[in-house]
Design a protein around this ligand. Structure first.
Ligand code: KG4
Ligand code: ZN
Length: 378
């Protein structure tokens, strides 16, 4: 089937079309219009500015997506929209556009939890670029060896790390979520953003800190910075990152002059990133030892962090070798609509005939919800 996904929960306007066949998910087009530059001036996302930008961009993005995919409107089988959590002015633009399209095109509409989308980014098989309808390959003709993520086996432990969430989610099957641990305060991405601000780095902080940390060379190290690894020895799967941020702030305030030194900023970035990685990996492995998953997945914007991916893969291979590790393609780590369409596919697949029929009326009932909770399907 062909699924149109829409994502506007934060500062990316994204629309994608995927084509599915027997759980193989091919992205025909995935257009992302980012507002990062606009919000960087304010050090974070300004909800009303985000909504204005979504409104300005959403129809040009829709046009571009349709054109790139080579798919005609009548061949769209389902519309999948992020209806939460997120910034309400931003969510409203996407949901209202999706409802309008559903009504006028007479297409079923499904609301998707943003984190469910991030998790299902791991199920995207690969991306194919097409410029006209005649060039769309039949997914069955694409050899298995080319697929990025062949069968992912359950049970799964998914480490979700984004700007708003840090959770360990146990999935015994598709659409079944048990949150076994989560942050008690800041999310991992939020901590990156806040620490970047303290160090005078640009927004968003994650890419800025990881880029500067990469330039660290041990021979230039002279500050001997040590940060705590919060909650590491607690007997649960919860996280806490706000103390780590405060520890950085304390060290910067203690000597503001030294804190201007480029090498200090590099060393601090490196140590902060490693502290976050150490805690994330330790808790994930601890959860894996207890729940014995077949696969460990990484999801959310922080999954774009190369060091986190590398070290997590290495530790799993060394300590828990039968467990497979998967992370989304870099292009699907950050917010995008292909992942929302992918999650929509698995929801749709799991629905009864009656539920599918009702989905045609969702243009009336679907609500954007800033605090939406991740729910398992029945
Ligand atoms: O998933 P996402 O795009 O949006 C939310 O759902 O929140 O995640 C954005 C977060 C931001 O906090 C950003 O700083 C972080 O992901 N991030 C990174 C990296 N790239 C993005 N954090 C660490 N390292 C990165 N390379
Ligand atoms: Zn996200």
């Amino acid at each position: 089937m062909n699924i149109l996904g829409i994502e506007t929960s934060c500062d990316e306007t994204s629309i994608a079309i995927i084509r599915t066949s027997n759980d193989d998910i091919q992205v025909l087009s995935n257009v992302v219009s980012s507002q990062i530059k606009l919000h960087a001036r304010w050090g974070g996302v300004v909800p009303n500015l985000a909504a204005r930008e979504h409104l300005k961009n959403i129809f040009p993005v829709l046009n571009q997506t349709l054109k790139k995919s080579g798919i005609q409107l009548e061949n769209i089988d389902l519309i999948s929209i992020t209806n939460g959590p997120g910034l309400i002015p931003a969510l409203l633009i996407g949901t209202e556009v999706a409802k309008t399209l559903s009504l006028f095109w007479n297409k079923p509409l499904l609301g998707i939890h943003h984190i469910e989308g991030h998790i299902y980014a791991n199920f995207i098989s690969n991306e194919i670029s097409v410029s006209s309808k005649s060039q769309i390959p039949n997914p069955k003709q694409i050899s298995k060896s080319k697929l990025q993520n062949p069968k992912i086996k359950f049970p799964i432990i998914c480490l979700v790390v984004s700007g708003g969430h840090t959770q360990l989610v146990l999935m015994r099957n598709h659409l079944q979520y048990q949150i076994i641990g989560q942050t008690l305060d800041d999310a991992a991405g939020e901590a990156f953003d806040k620490v970047a601000r303290i160090l005078g780095l640009e927004y968003p902080g994650g890419p800025a800190i990881s880029a500067i940390a990469e330039t660290f060379e041990i021979r230039n190290s002279k500050f001997e910075i040590h940060l705590p690894r919060p909650m590491l020895n607690r007997n649960n799967f919860d996280f806490s990152f706000s103390g780590l941020k405060t520890a950085v702030l304390y060290k910067v305030k203690k000597n503001e002059k030294i804190a201007q030194d480029k090498n200090f900023i590099i060393e601090m970035s490196k140590e902060f990133q490693q502290a976050v990685i150490d805690v994330l990996i330790s808790k994930t492995l601890k959860a894996a030892r207890e729940y014995k998953p077949k696969t460990i997945l990484l999801a959310g914007g922080v999954s774009a962090n190369k060091e986190l991916r590398r070290q997590l893969a290495e530790k799993i291979e060394k300590n828990l070798p039968p467990i497979r590790f998967r992370a989304p393609e870099f292009g699907y780590s950050l917010d995008n609509a292909a992942m929302i369409a992918a999650a929509g596919y698995f929801r749709w697949k799991n629905m009864s005939r009656l539920e599918r029929k009702k989905a045609f009326l969702n243009w009336k009932y679907l609500q954007a919800d800033a605090e939406l909770r991740l729910k398992s399907s029945d």
